[in-house]
Design a protein around this ligand. Structure first.
Ligand SMILES: Nc1ncnc2c1ncn2[C@@H]1O[C@H](COP(=O)(O)OP(=O)(O)O)[C@@H](O)[C@H]1O
Ligand SMILES: [Mg+2]
Length: 228
């Protein structure tokens, strides 16, 4: 049976932004698993991420809730400033709308040594706040107009309790996926990346050792399960 609960965060501000007269400029549109997802820009100040679900059920895992929680935990640390989200229901389905600040900048190229180091320091900072992105591929990084690197997409992110040992497992999983998806399994780049990551990590000696050990375990697990 469809669950009829709904929630919002900073809803009045979100509705005010949505009602403002500036035009929406569509940046991306995708249809995934029965959900229409659009990303639009409003007045060079806000990004509006909208999820339109046909059918009334609120999904068990709501990406807008996860993204908003991650952005709030990070509060601008290499990530867009969060504004909030609203959910609206109708007889034909539900629409969720997340608003965050627009970051002026440009896409990043294939990583070289320097970019691999920057990505390492950025990811160590996110992980240090207890957030894993679960989506760390190149297209979700942006070079901001001020010159720094920003991570944009926290729709799959997980936010861990401070000090939770589960964070280390999440981090190892994320780092191995990063090796495959963003570094194209380049062993040289990976070495540069992971050295810098460990140098920047705020986990402390035991935490860093736990990540190294879990990373070896994840490498082994991936080889056994996927054969590569
Ligand atoms: N805050 C932002 N500032 C600037 N551009 C953004 C911002 N958020 C999203 N974008 C642009 O929109 C694209 C899609 O956004 P993203 O959050 O990655 O959506 P999806 O979850 O559908 O992948 C990004 O790759 C980027 O080009
Ligand atoms: Mg994305």
């Amino acid at each position: 049976m469809a669950r009829r609960t709904s929630s919002e965060d900073n809803g009045d501000r979100v509705r005010e932004i949505l009602a403002s007269s500036h035009e929406l400029e569509l940046l991306q549109e995708r249809y995934v698993g029965g959900v229409l997802r659009t990303v639009s820009k409003k007045s060079d100040r806000f990004v509006i991420k909208r999820y339109v679900h046909a059918g009334g059920a609120r999904p068990r895992r709501c990406p807008w809730v996860a993204e908003n929680a991650a952005l709030k935990r990070l509060r601008g640390l290499h990530a867009p400033e969060p504004i909030g989200f609203v959910e609206q229901r109708s007889d034909s389905g539900m629409t969720a709308t997340l608003v965050r600040r627009y970051v002026a900048g440009e896409a990043v190229a294939e990583p070289d040594d320097g970019l691999a180091r920057e990505m390492a320091s950025l990811m160590a900072a996110l992980h240090g706040r207890g957030v894993t992105t679960e989506d760390a591929h190149r297209h979700n990084f942006l070079r901001s107009a001020e010159g720094g690197l920003v991570f944009l997409d926290f729709g799959k992110a997980r936010v861990f309790r401070t000090g939770s040992p589960l964070l280390y497992a999440g981090v190892a999983f994320e780092l191995h996926r990063f090796f495959r998806a963003a570094l194209g399994r380049d062993a040289g780049l990976w070495q540069i990346f992971i050295d810098e990551y460990q140098r920047c990590s705020s986990f402390g000696l035991l935490g860093r050792a736990a990540v190294s050990w879990l990373l070896r375990l994840e490498t082994w697990r991936y080889r056994v399960v996927k054969g590569g």
